[in-house]
Design a protein around this ligand. Structure first.
Ligand code: KG4
Ligand code: ZN
Length: 355
């Protein structure tokens, strides 16, 4: 039986968790910075790293105390090494290194995307996912389609060529003057609107399992906003308006519903086709956007295969998923040295941990 402490600080959540055997959550603490970033309409990196530095020791202490476990009883400390914001990653990594040194426990630098995948093993389900599985990771920073043949065995089938799915939700949310983050707020607005009100494009991509969302975002902007006039652009400072303005004669709910429909359609279409092409036994969806109800429903409707997604609390960033990924890396004999660097860009493949 393993007890792993996970630490996550790659973006705007400072999180720590203790997980038993990669499956049972003994504690999971998440300190969200959403309120701090909301006024900027997105994550502000400098503010994020400072907030991580302020929160991390309390968050880790709380996770240890809620799990009612001593450092002595831990098998390892797993921390997100990348991808993510470098200043934010470094706060978690340096804290974990100090802890590993002080407690003489092994340290594991974990890929954040692999963490999202292992959120699907943190479940009470009777049966674990059966390999080979197809994985769609949809978050604020990533949209990746992966074939997973076994633990740590990944083949990348495709991904976004421009914006990530969550990024598209966030950008369109901003266009529609909805609060940050866009995803849950667009979902709420969409539930009151008509998905057929506008017909937005589904982008064609060169590779069969790639995605592209920037054209969709531009189409929404064209439909929903008016550009500032020459007079508005050139007015006195302070009175100048550079940002496109939301049209007053348009239903935000209809735009939100039609946008969500187009984006979900694109995700589901490629995922279902890849599932057939690779003969997988299950489809797994993870990452912040996997919280989206429309996406979950549409995926079920598009395939006869079992579709799994994490419980809502584990869709967005958390440290239990990092500890769960750490469990499998620990069993595979992986140990990180105390001098590893943060990796802001770190693609996930079977070679991810070959250093
Ligand atoms: O996984 P996550 O917490 O952070 C990253 O690793 O990026 O994902 C955050 C993203 C944000 O873009 C947010 O708008 C989106 O997930 N999101 C949603 C929903 N809840 C969160 N998107 C669509 N529908 C939702 N219900
Ligand atoms: Zn994430």
């Amino acid at each position: 039986m393993t007890h792993i402490l996970g630490i996550e600080s790659s973006c705007d959540e400072t999180a720590a968790a203790v997980v038993i055997d990669g499956q049972t959550i003994a504690s999971s603490v998440v300190a969200s910075q959403i309120d701090l970033h909301a006024r900027y309409g997105g994550v502000f990196p400098e503010i994020a790293s400072r907030a991580h530095a302020e929160a991390i020791s309390t968050v880790v202490a709380q996770a240890m105390s809620e799990a009612d476990i001593s450092y002595d009883a831990l098998d390892a400390i797993a921390v997100t090494r990348g991808p993510g914001l470098v200043g934010s990653l470094l706060v978690g990594i340096n804290f974990a290194k100090g802890l590993a040194l002080a407690t003489d426990k092994p340290l594991l630098g974990i890929n954040h995307l692999e963490g999202h995948i292992y959120s699907l093993w943190l479940t009470e389900a009777e049966q674990e996912p059966q390999f080979p599985v197809l994985i769609l990771i949809v978050s604020g920073g990533h949209t990746e389609l992966l074939l997973m043949r076994g633990h740590g065995d990944y083949e990348r089938l495709g991904g976004t060529t421009d914006d990530a799915a969550g990024e598209a939700f966030d950008k369109v949310g901003r266009l529609l003057d909805l609060p940050f983050p866009g995803g849950p707020n667009i979902e709420r607005a969409a539930s009151e609107g008509s998905a057929d009100a506008f017909s937005f494009p589904r982008a064609k991509t060169e590779a069969p399992f790639d995605f592209s969302f920037s054209g969709l975002k531009t189409a929404v902007m064209r439909e929903a906003t008016v550009a500032p006039s020459a007079a508005e652009r050139g007015g006195t400072p302070g009175a100048r308006r550079k940002k496109p303005m939301l049209r007053s004669d348009i239903s935000v709910n209809d735009i939100a519903a039609s946008f969500q429909h187009a984006l979900v359609d694109a995700l589901v279409d490629k995922t279902a086709k890849a599932a057939t092409a690779y003969g997988v036994s299950e489809i797994l969806i993870a990452g912040g956007v996997s919280a989206n109800t429309m996406l979950r429903q549409a995926m079920h409707e598009a395939t006869d295969l079992p579709v799994r997604y994490p419980p809502l609390s584990l869709c967005t960033d958390n440290a239990a998923m990092i500890a769960a990924a750490g469990h499998h890396r620990f069993l595979a004999g992986l140990r990180s040295s105390l001098d590893f660097d943060a990796l802001p860009m770190w693609p996930l493949s079977s070679k991810t941990y070959d250093e």
